[in-house]
Design a binder for this molecule. Structure first.
Ligand code: TYD
Length: 224
């Protein structure tokens, strides 16, 4: 007897999801001030009457919180296992939080996304940008942000801004963090249409204004 193969459910394409909502990510080294800027942008967009979903990686879901704890506060993790765990967090985050919100027409602002994996695991851990990117694209069915804001900062300055005990990634050493920064900058330079690179040593208000100026026309493109 042959089993009947159930029909594939019709999956919304990324273009459909993106046509309704707007997906923005913030990237940068540790201590660059991403969470402050995520909050500022979220407040502003909400004030315009749009639904806003603020989220982060790793840890934007319950499963993600468990993965975040293992990744940041556990023992040594092999670099490939590390890349897979970040990708697993991302797959679940996109499927259960990001894509449904975009399909509702929300503005989704995430503190880190796929480019963190390309920079930290691809660059910092030397696993290679292309392979790490492919892994995350597979995990997310190819979902990329419409805009990625890079808050670029010299890793030494970033380190002095950190409070509390450093986590496993923050302890990775200055050469690791330099490679990560270079990987972010190279990626941004290769795709200026998606990226906005800002000098994170500037003041919070100035930075927030530059982000708003770049987001405003993108909001006008998506229906409320
Ligand atoms: P983050 O939440 O920005 O740290 P914190 O809240 O302590 O400022 O990110 C946690 C760490 O995880 C950070 O050092 C970067 C790292 N990371 C990766 O290495 N790869 C990834 O794909 C992501 C999303 C984060």
């Amino acid at each position: 007897m042959t089993a009947t193969v159930p029909e594939e459910p019709v999956r919304r394409t990324d273009a459909d999801a993106e046509a309704r909502g707007l997906f923005v990510s913030f990237e940068g080294g540790d201590g660059a001030g991403k969470s402050t800027q995520v909050g500022r942008l979220g407040e502003w967009v909400r004030g315009l009457g749009r639904e806003v979903v603020l989220t982060r990686e790793p840890g934007g879901t319950d499963l993600g919180l468990a993965l975040r704890d293992a990744l940041l506060h556990g023992d040594h993790v092999d670099p490939r296992a590390e890349a897979l765990l970040y990708a697993a967090d991302r797959a679940h985050h996109v499927a259960s939080v990001v894509r449904p919100a975009l399909e509702r027409g929300a503005v989704v602002i995430t503190d880190r996304y796929l480019d963190s994996s390309v920079a930290y695991q691809g660059g910092g851990r030397d696993l290679g940008a292309d392979e790490v990117e492919k892994l995350s694209l597979w995990a997310t069915h190819g979902l990329l942000p419409r805009l990625t804001v890079l808050l670029d900062l010299d890793p030494e300055s970033g380190r002095t801004r950190l409070t509390g005990d450093p986590d496993r990634l923050e302890r990775a050493g200055s050469a690791f963090h330099r490679r990560t920064r270079e990987a972010f900058l190279a990626r941004a330079a290769a795709d200026p249409g998606r990226w906005l690179v800002l000098d994170a040593s500037r003041g919070v208000e100035d930075l927030a204004a530059d982000v708003r100026a770049r987001v405003a026309p993108l909001l006008a493109e998506v229906s409320a």
